[in-house]
Design a protein. Structure first.
Length: 186
C-alpha cells in the first residue's frame, strides 16, 4: 500500500493553507498525539504553576507591606498607650503620696514663689486647708501670706502676685508632661 493510501485509510485532512513544514515521526498517530498531548499538558501545568507562583509572590509581597504597616501602627499605638498608662500610674502614686502627706510642701511653695519672680513683692499663697495648716509655723519672705482655700487641691499652689496669678497644679503638670511625651512620639 502506498503512503497516500495508508494515510487516507486512517483519516482525511483538509488543509486551508499549504503546510510550512513537515516532519516524519515514528510510530502510530495515536501514540504521537498522546505524546504531544502529554507534552502540552506538562507545559500547561508548568505555565500554571509559574503563574500561581507569581500570584503567590505578589500576594505575599502585599501581605508583607500590610503587615509592616500594621506593625508600625501597633508600635505607635503601644507607645501612646504606654505614655497614658505611665501618666495614670504617676497620677495615682502622687494622689496616694498626697493623701499620706508624704510630700515636701514647703519646697513646692518656695519653688513656686521663685517662679513668680516678684522679688520681695507681696504675695498671697493659696493652699488647700490641710496644706495651709501644715505650713502655719513656716516663715516665708516678708510680704508673703499663706491662706487656706478649699478650691485648691492638696499639693497644688496658687500664688497671687502684683503681676497676676501663678498656678502650680499637679494634674496640669502631668497633662503638660503627657503632651510633651506624646509630641516626642509623633
Amino acid at each position: 500500500m502506498s503512503v497516500e493510501a495508508r494515510s487516507n485509510a486512517h483519516c482525511s485532512v483538509a488543509l486551508h493553507a499549504g503546510p510550512t513544514s513537515a516532519s516524519i515521526v515514528e510510530g502510530e498517530l495515536e501514540a504521537w498525539l498522546e505524546r504531544r498531548s502529554a507534552a502540552a499538558r506538562e507545559a500547561g501545568i508548568a505555565e500554571g504553576e509559574a503563574r500561581a507562583r507569581e500570584r503567590a509572590a505578589k500576594a505575599l509581597d502585599a501581605a508583607c507591606v500590610r503587615l509592616e504597616a500594621a506593625s508600625q501602627h501597633a508600635a505607635e499605638e503601644m507607645a501612646h498607650c504606654a505614655v497614658q498608662l505611665v501618666l495614670e500610674i504617676a497620677r495615682e502614686v502622687l494622689r496616694s503620696e498626697l493623701d499620706a502627706g508624704r510630700y515636701d510642701l514647703e519646697r513646692i511653695v518656695r519653688d513656686t514663689l521663685s517662679f513668680a519672680n516678684v522679688g520681695r513683692g507681696n504675695c498671697v499663697v493659696h493652699l488647700n486647708p490641710a496644706d495651709a495648716a501644715a505650713l502655719a509655723d513656716i516663715r516665708f519672705r516678708a510680704g508673703t501670706t499663706v491662706e487656706a482655700d478649699a478650691d485648691v487641691a492638696r499639693g497644688d499652689v496658687h500664688v497671687t502676685t502684683p503681676r497676676g496669678l501663678l498656678v502650680r497644679e499637679i494634674d496640669e503638670a502631668l497633662r503638660a508632661i503627657g503632651e510633651r511625651l506624646q509630641g516626642d512620639l509623633a
